[in-house]
Design a protein around this ligand. Structure first.
Ligand SMILES: Nc1ncnc2c1ncn2[C@@H]1O[C@H](COP(=O)(O)OP(=O)(O)OP(=O)(O)O)[C@@H](O)[C@H]1O
Length: 317
């Protein structure tokens, strides 16, 4: 089952997954590449170049199991490229990483998903023309059972198809999309699409879910519901890694924040520690101050500077 909380933080009666994640991360150094007590993902020396541009150059990074980790950074920092590499959608020039102790670099995306690491995808044009339930069924691709030999045994296949549909319907109900079951996915609102993307990723019963800008294009009315669903993933024992520009969301739900700039991890820590970090403010400014930055300078005094709540995507419903 998805990531039993095997972490260093012992489960106390009545404690939430958030409490356990906070406790597990309490003594972790607030510095790039910090070692975690129970990492589900460990990456080393990951480099991706596009021509003369080094888009990703991550020396070492660990993602704590059972926690919600945000990956933030200014535009072009390399966040999406790093996501693509980790999930097998792109190939690195250098580097290796382990998921649940197994090396997964070079493993194709559907096999990475089968091992329990999935990422959400924006609804493409083609998927928009499929119904909501068919999108969900497609999310199950890569699950056990669609091998050649099994495909030759219709009774096994049909049984699996029934299981897939049952699982899809349960998830649609959980994400309050059951009434949209037969609708074209393209007819959903921005927020409902995000819910569908998340629900679809859960079809493979992952240990770790990677969300690419879960708040982009989401109507404020659906914001709380979406945040609730992400928090529930953690309560269900899953690890969450998400890229997001919306700093309200980052503050609200993250246990840990990793900051990238110019392809590198430049800071790590709790949301508060990271957002007060002068290196992070500098990275968002895209400029370096003369002399030593003032670490005590409150970020709110610098409206255009740091990763602010207003730094969210312009696109809103
Ligand atoms: N396929 C590609 N070919 C060439 N350059 C690319 C490619 N993909 C990404 N890049 C470049 O790599 C750098 C990192 O891009 P990436 O999209 O990973 O950043 P990001 O942090 O996700 O940015 P954003 O927050 O704007 O989405 C950018 O300079 C981008 O232009």
């Amino acid at each position: 089952m998805p990531g039993e909380p095997t972490g260093a933080a012992p489960a106390r009666a009545g404690s939430t997954a958030r409490d356990r994640a906070t406790e597990a991360l309490r003594d972790v150094a607030r510095e790039p590449g910090a070692a975690k007590p129970d990492p589900i993902l460990v990456a080393d020396g990951v480099v991706r170049r596009f021509g003369g541009l080094t888009a990703v150059n991550v020396n070492h990074v660990e993602i704590q199991r059972g926690a919600i980790t945000a990956l933030i950074g200014p535009n072009g920092a390399g966040k999406t490229t790093f996501f693509n590499l980790l999930t097998g959608f792109d190939r690195p020039d250098e580097g290796q990483w382990k998921f649940n102790g197994d090396a997964v670099q070079g493993v194709p995306p559907h096999k990475v998903a089968r091992r329990g690491m999935v990422r959400t995808f924006q609804l493409t044009k083609a998927l928009s023309r499929l119904s909501v339930i068919d999108n969900m069924r497609l999310g199950a691709v890569g699950q056990k059972g669609e091998t050649f030999w099994r495909a030759l045994i219709p009774s096994l296949w049909r049984k699996q198809e029934a299981e897939i549909t049952e699982r899809a319907d349960a998830l649609l109900e959980r994400f309050k999309l059951d009434k949209k079951r037969e609708d074209f996915a393209g007819s959903l609102s921005g927020g409902q699409r995000k819910l569908l993307e998340m629900a679809r990723a859960l079809m493979v019963e992952p240990h770790m879910v990677m969300l690419d800008e879960p708040m982009a294009g989401v109507n404020p009315a659906l914001t709380q519901s979406l945040l609730g669903h992400v928090k529930n993933l953690r309560e269900d024992g899953m690890t969450v890694l998400f890229v997001e520009h919306d700093m309200d969301m980052v503050r609200d739900i993250s246990d840990w924040v990793i900051v990238m700039a110019q392809g590198q991890v430049i800071a790590e820590g709790t949301p508060d520690s990271v957002m007060a970090d002068p290196r992070v403010i500098d990275a968002y400014l895209g400029a370096h101050h003369d002399g030593a930055p003032d670490p005590s300078a409150p970020i709110d005094n610098e409206p255009a500077a740091g990763p602010k709540a207003t730094d969210g995507p312009a696109e809103r419903e």
